[in-house]
Ligand binder design. Structure first.
Ligand SMILES: Cc1ncc(COP(=O)(O)O)c(C=O)c1O
Length: 356
């Protein structure tokens, strides 16, 4: 979250606005919708992630267009090329959260994004051992051309011995200011040990992501055929409304974050969720182990029902982050949990929270 905050406050101040796609991770939505406005930065959420809807909200006070390349938990894949085009037309950068897709499946800068942020807590770490973030500066945005809007990169910086970022750091102007002004003076710094754990994680990320992708497809197909499942939101189904954009940006490697609805609405979903044994009930995602969560009561709990709906969360929805265990074990767990949802036999929650 610090990476997201720094990437945005680096260039947006009181009186400015950020234009965002509506499908966001819960805390990002809260940061934009409730925290930034108290500092005078307005957040404008488009009605959809389509470039034309985003463009309608951009004005002379806009300082960035923001999106998640793959929305968490909505699963929508943003049209990065289209969003970059409208952002650039209005002289502002496109900032993309690429946490769900990972750099293995998608590299937004190759499609015109200017700044990419990652929560490393997920696939990059891979073990759920550390919390950390990353800002990647594409180095191509013409900060100098828009020197009035982005004056902070073009005039001597009082917070850092009068350096003019575009002169001193050139292509790294944006990220250098993030580090020397935003991070240095507010302190979200990774400990060396967590840095070590992330570096360990990065070594196996490519291999893990391959298996995540393969298992997720099998899980999606299994769920779709299951009589206790109402719907499955998986971008890899050709009949999914998410498919065209997902296929364009991800090829045939669809993400391992998917959502589904258990028959029986909220109660059905809750019973299934409580019955998971192999799937850990945890709000993280991207671990090597399979994880599940009920966004309405966890990650998105702070949002009102209307806000939940806006960001793509429904009450019966279960979100899965499909891990890299053997697929037979994953499917067996889903099957027994769905069976319990059907029979109505409830597991005592405490038994599962021990991680058994
Ligand atoms: C898409 C996305 N971005 C950012 C974050 C925030 O990450 P962190 O918990 O590492 O601050 C999350 C966390 O779930 C996320 O899903």
């Amino acid at each position: 979250m610090a990476a997201i905050e720094y990437a945005l406050i680096n260039i947006a101040e009181a009186g400015n606005n950020i234009v965002s796609t509506p499908q966001l991770y819960g805390a990002t939505y809260t940061l934009l919708a409730h925290i930034f406005p108290k500092r005078g930065i307005e957040s404008r959420f488009a009605v959809s992630d389509r470039p034309e809807d985003i463009e309608k909200l951009i004005d002379e006070n806009t300082r960035a267009v923001y999106c998640e390349s793959v929305g968490n938990p909505a699963g929508n894949v943003a049209d990065i090329e289209g969003l970059a085009r409208v952002a650039h037309k209005h002289g502002v950068p496109l900032v993309v959260d690429n946490t769900v897709a990972t750099p293995i499946l998608l590299r937004p800068i190759e499609y015109g994004a200017d700044v990419v942020v990652h929560s490393m807590t997920k696939f990059i770490g891979g073990g759920g051992t550390s919390i950390g973030g990353m800002i990647v500066d594409g180095g191509k945005f013409p900060w100098r051309k828009y020197s009035k809007k982005f004056y902070m990169l073009n005039v001597p910086e009082v917070a850092y011995h009068g350096v003019v970022y575009v002169d001193h750091y050139g292509e790294a102007a944006f990220v250098a200011r993030c580090r020397t002004v935003c991070q240095r003076n507010t302190g979200a710094t990774l400990s060396p040990f967590n840095g070590f754990l992330f570096l360990q994680g990065i070594q196996t990320m490519a291999l893990r992501v391959e298996r995540h992708v393969e298992n997720a497809r099998k899980v999606a197909e299994f769920l779709r055929a299951h009589p206790m499942v109402d719907w499955v939101n998986y971008a890899g189904f050709p009949d999914s409304p998410l498919y065209p954009m997902a296929h364009r940006y991800l090829g045939n490697n669809f993400c391992s974050l998917l959502t589904f609805g258990v028959k029986g609405g909220y109660e059905g979903g809750r019973k299934c969720f409580n019955a998971f044994r192999l799937f850990k009930r945890m709000v993280n995602m991207g671990d090597a182990k399979s994880l599940s969560c009920h966004p309405a009561s966890t990650t998105h709990r702070q949002l009102t029902p209307e806000e939940q709906q806006k960001v793509g969360v429904t009450p019966e929805m279960i979100r899965l982050s499909v891990g890299i265990e053997h697929i037979d074990d994953i499917l067996a767990d889903l099957d027994q949990a769905l069976e319990k949802a059907k029979s109505g036999v409830e597991e005592p929650v405490a038994a599962n929270s021990k991680g058994v």
